[in-house]
Ligand binder design. Sequence first.
Ligand code: URA
Length: 411
Amino acid sequence: MHVPTLIARKRDGAELTRDEIQQVISAFTRGDMPDYQMSALAMAVFFRGMTAEETAALTEAMLRSGSTLKWPAHAPMRVDKHSTGGIGDKTSLVIAPLLACDGVWVPMISGRGLGITGGTLDKLESIPGFRTQLGEDEIYRTVEKTGCALVGQTTGICPADKKLYALRDVTGTVPSIPLITASILSKKLAEGLDRLILDVKHGSGAFMRTYDDANALARSMVGTAKVLGLRASVHINAMNEPTGRAAGNALEVAEAVACLQGRGPADLEEICLNLAAAVSISSREQLRQKLHDGSAWRKFQQIVAVQGGEVSALEKMHLVHRAPVIQEIRAARSGVLARMDAYQVGLAVLELGAGRAKASDPVDFAVGCDEIAKTGTQMRAGDVLCRVHARSESAAGQAGRTVLEGVAWAE
Ligand code: URA
C-alpha cells in the first residue's frame, strides 16, 4: 500500500476498497502511518464522503483494531445509548446508572470533548480519582459489580478510534458522516450490545446543522449497525440551545447529580427518560420513578466508588473545582428569550479552556457556564442570562461577549 497514492485517490473522489481501508487503519493503529497522513486522509473523507460499503469497512476495521467485550451466555442484556455530541449534553452520566438500576448491563465506552462539544470522559475525570482507562478484565469486574462501566477507548479496545478521535478533534474533520458513523459504531460494536439507542443531534450546537443532515447521519448509523449485526434505533433531537443549564466539565457533573436526585432541569430529565426508555425493560414512568426515589443516584454513587472516584465530591463539585472568577451575564432588556445559541455557548466554554486546541492540551474542569437561561423564558432587564466560570476577568469578559452574540429576543 502506498499511502500518498491512496490519500490522493480519496481526494479525487475514488472509492477505496475494503482491503485498502483495513490496511490503512491497521498501519495507523500500529504507528506505521503518521498522524499527518491520517489527518490528510480524514480531510479527504470529510470533503469526498464515503459510500455505505466504505463506511461499513471503516467501521469494521476500527472495531477490529482492538479486542471486543465478550459476555458469558447467561449475562444480562447489554444496552447503551450514544449521542453524536452537543453542548451541555450530560445525558450519559444520568442514563447509564438509570439503565443499570434495572439489572441490565451498560458497558459504556465514551469519548472526550470533540470540537465545541463536551465529552463524557472529560466530565467523569473531573470527579477526583475517577478512572476511565480500565483494562478489559477491570471492565468485566466493574460491570459485574455495578451493572455498568463508564470507560474510554484504550490501547486494547478501539485503539484506532482513540487515535483518530483525538486527531479529528484538532484538524477540523469532525462533522463527517462516515467518520462519525465509524467512530461511534466501532465503540458500540466493541461493547457486545443487544440494544443501542442513538441520539442524533441537529442544530447550531451539533455537528449536523440541519435536520436533513442529521437524518442522513441517522440512516448511515442504523444501516451500518445492521450490516455489522447490531440492532440500533435512533432519536433525532434538536441542539439549538444547551441541554440543561450548565456547560463545562465539573459544572455538568453537578447538574447530572441534580438530575439523578430528581431535581434536574426539565429538558435534561425529559431527554434522558426518552432515550433510556428506548432501550430499557422499564417503562418511562418507572424510569422517572427511579430518578425521583433515589435509586439512580445510589447506583451512580456505587459506580463512581467502584471506578475509584470520590463519592463525597459529587455533591460539591462547584467547590472541588472552583474557578477564580464567576461573572454574571445579565439581560440588557426585558422580553422573552428567543435564542440562547448552543454554538456560541459551546465556543465560549471551549475558549475558557474546557476543551482542547491541540491533542495534548489539558482540559480545565472548573470553567464553563451555568445558570444558563432557557429559551421561552420571560425575563426582566438585569436578570441573569448565565454565569461564566473563568480563570481571569478578561477570559470571563470575552466568554460573556461570545455568549451574548448568540442571544436574541422575541419581538
Ligand atoms: N461521538 C463519537 O464517539 N464520535 C464522533 O465522531 C462524534 C461523536
